[in-house]
Write a protein that binds this ligand. Structure first.
Ligand code: ZN
Ligand code: ZN
Length: 258
């Protein structure tokens, strides 16, 4: 069985609730919403952060893992994402105004810069190591965004991250039998549907309406990115709208298998 660990499962930070971060292995994570607290010194070993998009709840701990563990690091922190995502980070975040531009600050070894950037193209499988690959696919959010398919030993997990449409994810789920687990977002309760549409997120009703178009049902469904303030309400509504699905609502530190 392959596994990944949820470092942060929620749609905003709150006491006891971490924002999006998926631990693939000791060198690789998807999103950086919550790395520092769960990984502690393990942060120094992270080499690649695959970003879904530029929103703060997905990037914030990039700032702190470099800062805290600067002298422990031997390799650059490679920030991987869509060109527009990397551009937003360079222009608005690690820009010497909000936080240092670490891509111009060498590590203590004097050879490599603290941060490097690597563009990712949707639809291409990038090799992580001998047994695993990662592939981005376009999603539908208020800024350019992507989800990821992480494949290991021939089976895969699909993570949408923030999205309003599930079209691209559904197409992939139905055509790629190796996808055994799927993580979909659900941010707001049904009564906040106008805000969900405006901010390009899902409610339980929207999520399960859209899921009706999936032909397959032989995968495990997980839900993340719930706003903690509405957790109980959203759980009730998921139970109400789930139909044939038996979704698992993710929590921080949970381990997913695929
Ligand atoms: Zn988010
Ligand atoms: Zn977002």
């Amino acid at each position: 069985m392959n596994e990944i660990t949820i470092l942060g499962a929620y749609g905003t930070k709150s006491k006891g609730f971490g924002t999006s971060a998926f631990y693939l292995d000791e060198k690789n994570v998807i999103d950086a919403g919550n790395l520092l607290s769960p990984l502690e010194a393990g942060c120094a070993k992270i080499e690649n952060v695959y970003l879904t998009h530029s929103h703060l709840d997905h990037i914030c701990d990039i700032a702190y893992i470099i800062d805290n563990y600067f002298s422990y690091r031997h390799t650059s922190l490679n920030i991987v994402g869509l060109p527009q995502t990397l551009n937003a980070i360079q222009k608005h975040f690690l820009n010497n105004e909000i936080w240092p531009d670490f891509s111009h600050i060498p590590l203590d070894n004097g050879e490599t810069m603290s941060v490097t950037y690597q563009e990712i193209e949707c639809g291409i499988e990038y090799k992580i190591d001998e047994i695993s690959t990662i592939e981005a696919f376009a999603t539908d959010h208020t800024v350019p965004s992507c989800g990821y398919i992480y494949k290991k030993n021939g089976s895969a997990i699909l993570i949408t991250a923030d999205t309003y449409s599930l079209e691209s994810a559904i197409k992939l789920i139905d055509t790629r039998e190796e996808i055994r687990s799927v993580v979909l977002e659900c941010s707001f309760p049904c009564e906040m549907e106008p805000l969900a549409k405006e901010s390009k997120h899902l409610t339980p009703k929207l999520l399960f309406e859209k899921l009706q178009r999936v032909k397959r049902d032989d995968f495990t469904l997980y839900i993340n990115h719930i706003k903690p303030l509405y957790l109980e309400k959203i759980k009730e509504e998921i139970a109400q709208y789930r139909g044939k699905w038996e979704p698992n609502i993710l929590k921080d530190k949970e381990i997913l298998t695929f």
